[in-house]
Design a binder for this molecule. Sequence first.
Ligand code: ZN
Length: 368
Amino acid sequence: MFTEQDLQELISYRSRYPVLSVYLNTDPSIGSADAYKLHLRQMLKDYDEIAVEDTESIERFVEHEYDWSGRGLAIFSCVKDDFFRSFSLSLPVRSRARRLNRPYVKPLADLLTNYGNYGVALVDKQGARLFHFHLGQLGEEQGTTGEVVRHTKRGGGSQALGRRGGTAGQTRYAEEVAERNLKESARFTADFFSDQRVRRVLVGGTEANVARFIDLLPKTWRSLVMGTFPIEMTAGHTQVLEKAMGVAQKAVKKKEARLVSAVITAAAKGREGVIRLDDTLGAVHAGQVQTLIISEGHRAPGYRCKVCDYLTSQALETCPFCGNAIEKIEDAIEMAIRKVFSDGGEVEVIHDSSELEEAGGIGALLRY
Ligand SMILES: [Zn+2]
């Protein structure tokens, strides 16, 4: 399982030689191992000439060592420096390869940010079931069970009314037991979350129980509650995982929506952002892009200067910067992505944003 520690190791890795980083989607629900191997070969062929030792070591690993149990794979290879790392992932990733002077960790860092280190608590009046949810896997279930909360049947007749304390007394007693159990659950949960180094919290159960439980959590944990959901206390792992994924995905969508608004607002103001292909390509060429955003799957043909790499969506004959010949290219977006990376910028792929589509499917936040 990929952890924060693995990420730190990759980030701090330095080599005199470039590192070939490969992400491969291996989701078995979408394609076969053979299809993914073919895709890998296609991605790697660009690098055969300059880093054949790395393309070979990566293909050897995929052919002989990878067990295909995951939905995604991340590999970092720098054979010249005797460096090779691979991580099988329970979440799908977008396939891509990059050869940079250090491991390309952004997709893994994003996965950790979005789907890493969740604590999940299912609560009722009697106890709690606790899970650790990390990168699409659900693990480490623990539970606490308190005293049974007995409810008095209504309309128990004259005999019940005649008992000491009566129905009202028994209800009060049941409430006290429930309160005591929820308090104990909250305490137990806080300990479990600390042990598991949880960063975000999800709580499931009935609305009333969930609300009271969150009130009883220590303040630091209360502030980390990302979402709540209705669920049966006896729910199976698949169902808990589904709920947890749903909340995480919603949070990712929100984050993407915020980024799109930030770009569009900045572009409207002028200097800090751009939208639409031509303005964005201009900013890319000028090395001004901090964060490039692209609608998923967005492709656009364009034109490129053979000498200075100037990119444009307009059919120019000569480069306005250096006067050299311009060639037509199939995908200006991929070229723009490479340039942004080599300038040290970031790229975010945005899913299903009509706002971004209306803005041409591409935009960027610029450096100040
Ligand atoms: Zn030029």
